[in-house]
Design a protein around this ligand. Structure first.
Ligand SMILES: [Fe+2]
Length: 281
């Protein structure tokens, strides 16, 4: 049975209607996966998922990802990372606070970056905290030939801690050791679809080919300006109990800040590609 869906953005981002992810059968899951890959971002509303059900669904989408930032992982289910500004006894329960997050694609600084990221919204602030998505396949497709020639065949360096960005917290040395800088193609091919996308993660990228630091930064800024044009961007408004899944091979994302007195609490999981397709090409 075909899923009921509704397009949300201009050419990407789909809402999948009337699917309960807890206990989803294999055939429906395959359809959700196809819709998600075709449209790069999928939103499913009104989900009720225990931690086990959330991890179970994630694992059926692909090999489970476990975040290197171990201080914000669930003790019971380390595959779940908390993204939150909520504090208990003066300690943050989750990562990333309430500030703005720069455009990036998730874990580009690893050899085998996470393919899909899922966020399950438990508490949503009344204002702000929106996640914006930029369609990097559409941005690549729309490039004039001369611009495309400046990205095809190039490689970029991706780092867990981009020195030129203001840090929210220092990355502990053992986490840096687990995630040495990686070089990936600046244009990557989708692992399953005949689709290329700019592999742009300005929040992680520290260099392009042998360009100087200044020239790389200028190039990254130029590409970000191109890819973040309104025509490539969609910004959903979070609702409590949303599950949003995005394809890190095809979109970048950023987050608006939100008032510190408001509470935002998300459970985040992710899944890899199988090893043979896992390294960007
Ligand atoms: Fe992210």
């Amino acid at each position: 049975m075909a899923l009921q869906t509704r397009m949300l953005g201009e050419g990407f981002a789909v809402e999948i209607l009337d699917v309960d992810l807890a206990g989803i059968d294999d055939a429906t899951l395959a359809e959700v996966r196809d819709q998600w890959m075709a449209h790069k971002v999928a939103i499913l509303r009104d989900q009720t998922l225990s931690d086990d059900a959330l991890v179970d669904f994630t694992e059926r989408m692909g090999p489970l990802f476990v975040h290197v930032r171990d201080q914000f992982r669930s003790l019971e289910r380390p595959e779940i990372m908390y993204i939150s500004n909520v504090e208990e006894d003066g300690r943050p329960l989750g990562a990333l606070g309430n500030g703005e997050l720069h455009w990036h694609s998730d874990q580009t600084y690893t050899r085998r970056p996470v393919f899909g990221t899922m966020m399950y919204a438990i508490k949503v602030p009344e204002a702000g905290g929106d996640t914006w998505f930029g369609d990097l396949a559409a941005a690549y497709d729309a490039m004039p030939t001369a611009m495309r020639a400046t990205v095809d065949g190039r490689k970029a360096c991706y780092s867990i801690e981009k020195k030129s960005l203001k840090r929210r917290y220092e990355t502990p040395q053992h986490q840096k050791d687990q995630a040495p800088d990686q070089w990936h193609p600046l244009v990557r091919t989708h692992p399953y679809l005949d689709r290329k996308a700019l592999y742009l993660s300005p929040g992680h990228m520290t260099g392009i080919d042998a360009l100087s630091f200044e020239d790389s930064e200028a190039e990254i800024a130029r590409l970000q300006d191109w890819a973040a044009q309104d025509r490539f961007v969609y910004k959903p408004r979070w609702r409590k109990n949303d599950v949003v899944i995005w394809d890190n091979s095809s979109v970048m994302h950023r987050r608006d800040s939100f008032p510190p007195e408001q509470r935002r609490f998300m459970k985040r999981t992710g899944f890899h590609l199988p090893e043979e397709r896992g390294v960007p090409f």
